[in-house]
Write a protein that binds this ligand. Sequence first.
Ligand code: HSE
Length: 322
Amino acid sequence: MGERKVLVKVPASTANLGPGFDTLGMALNLFAWIEMSMSEQTRIHLHGDQLKGVTDTKSNLVYQVAREVFTAAGEAPPELEITMYSDIPLARGLGSSATAIIGGMVAANALIGNKLSKDELFQLSSRLEKHPDNVGASLFGGIVVAYWDGNRAEYIRIEPDPRLEVLAVIPEFHLETEKARGVLPKQVSMSDAVFNVSHSSLLVVALSTGNLRMIRHAMQDKLHQPYRSSLIPGMDAILREAADYGALGVALSGAGPTLLALVEAGSGHKEALARFMSETLNRNGIASRTLWLKPCPDGAQVLTQGSENSTLFENIEGEIRA
Ligand code: HSE
């Protein structure tokens, strides 16, 4: 068809950061890339170990959200050629579905000359996910404080402190968000709600003013982690003790099962902390791998391609982890 091809790079994210359930998100420097062009027939090509098992039919999430963007912009959804590569593990609490949603939306929107604003993409994606934390971080980058009230999403972005590093300890098993939300109670006590309001508020101020010492006190939660801990054996001990091994703070990443510690760059405790976290899971029969990451200041970006004929891999060579 000779249509334009766009390439989008979109960051993974961690949600909640402990007390900010469905509210706080942080983009991470672990990425997925989506290439998209209009075509005569829909074809979806998926690459990389992390996309094994993902459908390449028209039920693919990237294709589905692209259709939503065309429709919202008043355009008839075209057939699409989509190529995707991802370094983000699926169903581990690192926002893989949010990256598919944001990557697909940003790519489709670029194909039609950015008819929708970023805010419109944020509204569309929050409506789809029903919480704005992962999609907000993948779209805007940095740390995002947001709400979704069932109608509109609003957010403020915080620049991540350059001293922050992130240790992700990723269990080998998958945990679907639906299952991890299914163990949460319908109602909580006033004292638990107050606990989270105060801790989440303190955490937001600690992160925006660079008060790293306060993070370990602020990064405590009573709304979701206590209920989810039965799904991740060893998690309670990690949440209780990681600060003693040099973490600035520790939390379940999103709906889990990944556990995430914030660490000060240059800390001499990095190896001991990683060992403590993975050995604790191991003692509970859970194999895991550790990844050292950084907060990613940028949200999804449309990259300039080498040439119209270059392949996805030629364009992202040197950036992928595999
Ligand atoms: N805030 C969400 C949760 C993130 O914890 O369930 C997972 O999508």
